[in-house]
Design a protein around this ligand. Structure first.
Ligand SMILES: [Zn+2]
Length: 358
C-alpha cells in the first residue's frame, strides 16, 4: 500500500506546485502573449486535473485523507484553533477545529439535547464533543463529497446507527441516506435547516441555512467550501458563471446571517483582499482583528453576510473597486452577469496563485 501513497504524494506535489507555477505562467502568457509559455499553460491545468480526479474519485484520495487526519491529530491534539461557541435561547453552535484548517460544526437544540453535525471530517474529534456535550447525534449534514468534509460519515454512522446523512445526490457523499434537492428542509426538533444547491466547487455542493427565529437569534449559514471569511472555494467542478450564481445565493441572505465556513482561511484571504482594495477601511479593521485572533490561535468565525459584502472580493464583483483592480471593463452591451463572471474568474485566478507570507 505504501508505494501507492508514494505515487499519490508525487502526483499531488507535482499537481500543486506545478499548478501554482503554471497558473502564473498562464496568467503571464495570457497577458503578454509569450509563446514559449503556452505549452506550460496547457500542461499545468492538465496535471492539476489528474491530481484532483485521483483525490476526488479514487481510493487514493481516501488514503491521503487518512494520513492527513493522523498527522493533524499528532500536530494539533487540541485542534488547530480555539473555538468560540455561540449560544442563543435554546441553541448552541460549536465549531470543531479538525485537520489543519477545517471546521466541523455541532449544532445543538439545548432543550431536547438533539444535535446535528455539519461536515464531520475527523470522527474522533466530533465524537469527543458529542460526549462532552451529552447530546444525541440525529443527523449529519454534508456540504460536499471532498474527504475533508465527508470523511467521518462512515465511522459516525457505525457509532450512531440511527443518525441520518443528508446531502446532494450529485456528489458522491459516503453513507448518504437522505438525498436533498434545492430548497428542501431538514427538520430535527426545533432545528430547521434549508438546503440550498450551490454548485461550482463541486457538482453537487450544498449549503445549509439554519433558521434563527425559534431561538430568537439570527440565522446561520454553514457554507462548506462555497464561501469563507473574505474568500470563496476553488472552482473545481463548474464555471465562473455557476460559481457566481451560487455566491449570489449566499449574498442574498439576510445581512445578519452568521457565516460558519468550512475552513480557517481568514488571514490569508484578507491579506489577498487588501492587495485589491488597500483603502477599504472595513477590510483594514477586519484584518487587524483577524491578525490578533490568529496570534492567539483563536477561531475567526462567525462573521456575517453583511460584513462579507463589505470586504470579500468574491462577493464584490459588482463593485468598481474590484473591477478596476482586475483591470476589467464591461464591454458595450455585455450582459451584467457575464461581466461579473469575468471579474470573478480573474479574482479567482489571482487568488489561486497567491501565497501569503504567514
Ligand atoms: Zn472541498
Amino acid at each position: 500500500m505504501a508505494w501507492l501513497l508514494w505515487i499519490w504524494a508525487l502526483v499531488t506535489a507535482l499537481a500543486v506546485s506545478g499548478r501554482r507555477a503554471l497558473s502564473y505562467a498562464f496568467y503571464r502568457c495570457k497577458n503578454r502573449q509569450h509563446s514559449l509559455l503556452m505549452p506550460m499553460a496547457v500542461a499545468g491545468p492538465l496535471l492539476f486535473r489528474i491530481g484532483y480526479n485521483l483525490y476526488a474519485h479514487t481510493r487514493l484520495g481516501y488514503l491521503l485523507y487518512k494520513r492527513q487526519v493522523k498527522k493533524a491529530r499528532q500536530r494539533y491534539p487540541q485542534g488547530h484553533s480555539i473555538p468560540q461557541p455561540v449560544e442563543f435561547n435554546g441553541l448552541k453552535i460549536l465549531p470543531i477545529p479538525v485537520l489543519s484548517d477545517n471546521y466541523s460544526y455541532l449544532v445543538i437544540d439545548t432543550d431536547s439535547n438533539s444535535a446535528v453535525v455539519v461536515d464531520p471530517s475527523d470522527p474522533l474529534a466530533v465524537q469527543r464533543v458529542i460526549q462532552e456535550e451529552k447530546v444525541t447525534l440525529e443527523a449529519i449534514l454534508c456540504t460536499h463529497k471532498h474527504w475533508d468534509h465527508s470523511g467521518g460519515n462512515t465511522a459516525l454512522r457505525r457509532w450512531y446507527g440511527s443518525c441520518r446523512v443528508y446531502g446532494s445526490s450529485f456528489d458522491n457523499i459516503p453513507e448518504l441516506t437522505d438525498p436533498l434537492t434545492d430548497k428542501e428542509a431538514v427538520v430535527i426538533g426545533r432545528l430547521n435547516f434549508k438546503a440550498l444547491f450551490t454548485p461550482g466547487h463541486t457538482l453537487g455542493h450544498m449549503v445549509y441555512v439554519l433558521d434563527g427565529k425559534p431561538f430568537e437569534g439570527p440565522s446561520s449559514l454553514f457554507s462548506g467550501d462555497l464561501l469563507f471569511l473574505s474568500g470563496c472555494g476553488r472552482i473545481f467542478e463548474g464555471t465562473p458563471e455557476t460559481m457566481l450564481a451560487s455566491l449570489d445565493i449566499a449574498a442574498d441572505l439576510a445581512e445578519d446571517t452568521l457565516l460558519w465556513p468550512g475552513h480557517e482561511y481568514a488571514l490569508e484571504c484578507l491579506m489577498f483582499a487588501s492587495l485589491l482594495e488597500a483603502e477599504n477601511p472595513i477590510l483594514k479593521q477586519k484584518l487587524q482583528w483577524v491578525n490578533q485572533q490568529r496570534l492567539e490561535k483563536r477561531s475567526t468565525c462567525p462573521s456575517t453576510i453583511g460584513e462579507e459584502k463589505q470586504y470579500n472580493p468574491f462577493l464584490r464583483t459588482h463593485c468598481k473597486e474590484i473591477q478596476e483592480a482586475m483591470d476589467l471593463q464591461r464591454q458595450r452591451e455585455e450582459d451584467w452577469d457575464n461581466f461579473r463572471a469575468r471579474v470573478l474568474k480573474e479574482v479567482r485566478l489571482r487568488k489561486d496563485v497567491y501565497k501569503a507570507n504567514l
